[in-house]
Ligand binder design. Sequence first.
Ligand code: TMP
Length: 239
Amino acid sequence: MMEKRVELYAGKAKSVYTTDDPDKLVLHFRDDTSAFDGQRIEQLARKGMVNNRFNAFIMAKLQAAGIPTHFEQLISDNEVLVKRMDMIPVECVVRNVAAGSLCRRLGVQEGIDLNPPTFEFFLKNDLLHDPMVNESHIETFGWATPDEVVTMKALTFKVNSVLKQLFLEGGMLLVDYKLEFGRFRGEVILGDEFSPDGCRLWDVNSREKLDKDRFRQGLGGVVEAYEEVARRLGIELPQ
Ligand code: TMP
């Protein structure tokens, strides 16, 4: 069993620990739930456990579809063992349906289909409110090389083809999602997490929101919605 050693970093929802293996880290999923770049944080019981289990399920699906990820193995309800990567400080967002900042920025109506899906990069920087950046910024400021940009984009779209179908089979629309990548032994691989904290999922018929927008918009039933998403995908959660 891999033991946690030193806390390296505490993010808004996860803490990162070293292990005895220099190539492996433990991620601890906390119950903290943040919105508006950390301006609002609340603890929601079971959220850490639900997201950890959910993430492990999705990462395994992506890995099976040929997408390289940092996921190694679940180690407890709230902890996962991952590869230690050098993180690339940009967020990759694909949108299948208009929502969130796209509607605010471009004045488009929430809910319209985006065909083809759009792709956006954001700089991971809460103080600057994660500004949108382009490939030229990424190259000029050295956040990633042009080759890495091509790989991140291709992998983010490949994730879309796998997950759109998976969620649809559970009666859900994958509206949009955010991915983060890092480098491991020279290869760009998927890191961070995939959970309802970092994507939008709507019921395909009622269009009810089943993701973190419930928290952002004060709709209530946040963890209940995440558990419903898990149930629809056949993910077993401890009571
Ligand atoms: P946005 O509409 O706020 O730009 O977000 C698009 C998607 O990416 C949405 O599913 C939420 C997710 N996201 C995060 O999880 N964290 C972030 O910092 C950003 C910018 C987006």
